[in-house]
Design a protein around this ligand. Structure first.
Ligand SMILES: [Zn+2]
Length: 261
């Protein structure tokens, strides 16, 4: 089922990727007249045109039936973070509430002091919120998907971080090991550390984590780590009742819903 949903997702991405820069046909243009526009330049331009980060945004309704006014577009990348997919970004799926954006960015700044890892964000919300297929939530700018950090032989493993939308297709067993290569596994302690800092920074902006959606069979592994134990002390809520489909989708990433305190 995960595979089917993700294939549909990829088709949506492909359908909205009409803004790709066309490469000049070799021999048609002189070298001087060719202006090569890299994907990074394209996302930078998109960011500058849409960021609106000085305007206070507002969330209407709920994460599953809501909208977003004056959403903030996150930068495609920063010192230690990056959005996961260019097509998704240019498709307008990286908007969020302004306070959520500040929470995300402040969290990455703090993590930079203790970790060399580059963190990856996955999908957020549409510019004006509302339905964003195939997500059931993400409608009012308070939902964020974060890519699960991976490890291999005790070290950060980053080879799969740049696989774009296909990252949603990765599947892990109930111990958090990648099904295609069990030597690669979810880094539960880093996930828990990220969530703790995220909740602390959210509170500085008048928000808190309402809930974390993460595959239920992986909760024990998460809470067994040093930072996972602190998560329990801080009562950061990780959902216990998920439908089989939603449950199976949340291993390569974890979903966070924020709410105002
Ligand atoms: Zn999500």
């Amino acid at each position: 089922m995960k595979y089917l949903i993700i294939v549909i997702h990829l088709l949506i991405f492909c359908a909205c990727s009409g803004q790709k820069t066309e490469s000049p046909v070799e021999g048609q243009l002189s070298e001087e007249s060719v202006v090569v526009v890299s994907p990074l330049s394209e996302v930078e331009t998109y960011y500058l045109e849409h960021k609106q980060d000085s305007i206070i945004g507002s969330s209407k309704g709920s994460v599953s039936n809501g909208s977003l006014e004056n959403g903030t577009l996150l930068a495609f990348e920063g010192a230690n973070f990056q959005y996961f997919d260019t097509t998704s970004y240019l498709g307008g799926r990286a908007f969020t509430h302004q306070l959520v954006a500040r929470t995300i960015l402040d969290t990455y700044k703090i993590l930079a002091a203790t970790s060399k890892r580059k963190w990856f964000l996955m999908e957020l919300s549409n510019e004006h919120g509302g339905k964003i297929f195939p997500h059931r939530t993400h409608q009012n700018g308070m939902s964020v998907d974060f890519m699960s950090p991976l490890k291999k032989d005790g070290e950060d493993y980053v080879e799969l971080d740049n696989t774009g939308a296909q990252h949603y297709m990765l599947e892990f067993d109930n111990d958090g090991k990648l099904k295609d290569n069990p030597s690669i596994s979810l880094d539960f302690d880093q996930i828990a550390h990220h969530l703790i800092v995220l909740d602390e920074q959210a509170r500085k902006h008048g928000l808190k984590i309402e809930k974390v959606i993460f595959k239920m069979e992986l909760r024990d592994e998460l809470f067994a780590t040093p930072y996972g134990k602190k998560m329990l002390e801080k009562n950061i809520y990780v959902t216990r009742n998920l439908t089989p489909l939603i449950n199976s989708l949340h291993d390569d990433h974890y979903h966070v819903d924020f709410k105002r305190m």
